[in-house]
Write a protein that binds this ligand. Sequence first.
Ligand code: ADP
Length: 398
Amino acid sequence: MKVLVVNAGSSSLKYKLINMNGESVLAKGIVERIGFDGTVLKHEGKDGQKIEIDKEMKDHTDAFKLVVEALTDSNYGVIKSMDEIKAVGHRVLHGGEKYAGSFIINDDVIAAIEECAVFGPLHNPANLMGIRACQKIMPNVPMVAVFDTAFHQTMPKKAYIYGLPYEAYSEMKIRRYGFHGTSHAYVSKRAAEMVGKKPEEVKIVSCHLGNGASIAAVDHGKCVDTSMGLTPLEGLIMGTRCGSIDPAIVEFLMKEKGMTINEVTNYMNKQSGVYGISGISSDFRDIWKAWDTEKNERAKLALDAFCYNVKKYIGAYAAAMGGIDVIAITAGIGENDPRIRKMIIEGLEFLGAVMDDEKNSVRGQESILSADDSKVKIVCVSTDEELKIAQETKALCL
Ligand code: ADP
């Protein structure tokens, strides 16, 4: 059975075709700049063959048509006809309180995605454009919505309620939702497997450290707390997002700098994080380079602040769960940056977490990083959100 996984952004459409017999990736790619000049499809198909097609695409339907053409092309395609795609799994950012799992897309699911656009104004409408484009081109293929918030719906109320008047929650549904749920679900399950346990047997802190970063406390297979909130802005210091700050700073910036609310939002989402602190880049490779080659102090400050925040969350979640058995580290930074991993774990020996420096030298490879006698196992997991989406889709469509 072949499942197509789609992740639609406002001007992009990412896809991966997965053969569920063996869970191998047959093809993947991205259409960029949909609706703008210079639209391009970057496709990787048979035997890793890479092609690029520049073609005007006014909307997601045009883009999806071209994706299907690429997948079925007689030279670089990987399937003979579109009929081989038995189901499509769509990544959807926000499912609100209604969706604690994945669902076959019908009118109710579409209405809920629209309703939740108030919390994910950039993503949910874009995700819907992707869904509608697929429905136009493959009207008879079942489609599934996999929500980034779903895994966190098991959080107890004390963890998701904010200290605001209760009506903020009861009337406006303002609460912690959490994101990267597909990744945390995949990573926590995989981490348990790697240490020879079932997810129901362990307390895991799952650290998704990419450009967007979040942490989840996963107690016996269920998420009990997470660092992102109503939106992905809360929590850790990220690539360009500020993470948790004193909410009074919003008013302060508006008064002191004369910023509009949109400018403050942009400041906190796009100009902050390690990029804002370092003044160099949101990419950790660039920040390390500035420290390694010229001892740039702000670069070091950004790295220190990032790691200090992750460490604090690990400690907080150990307290929330009454201990931890596994710390799982994943995503672009987590999978590739041994120095950051070392800085995060250093000082957590009191919890029973001890890193083995040699084991920690791996990059882009799943492995156990902790010392043999470390009470808490530390594991590096390669997150695979698309595979998880494909698995959920298959489970619902077969
Ligand atoms: P997202 O999916 O949120 O865009 P990723 O999980 O792909 O993010 O992570 C991208 C980030 O990972 C980059 O911005 C960079 O900071 C970091 N990264 C990637 N490769 C390396 C590396 N070799 N060393 C350090 N950091 C890396």
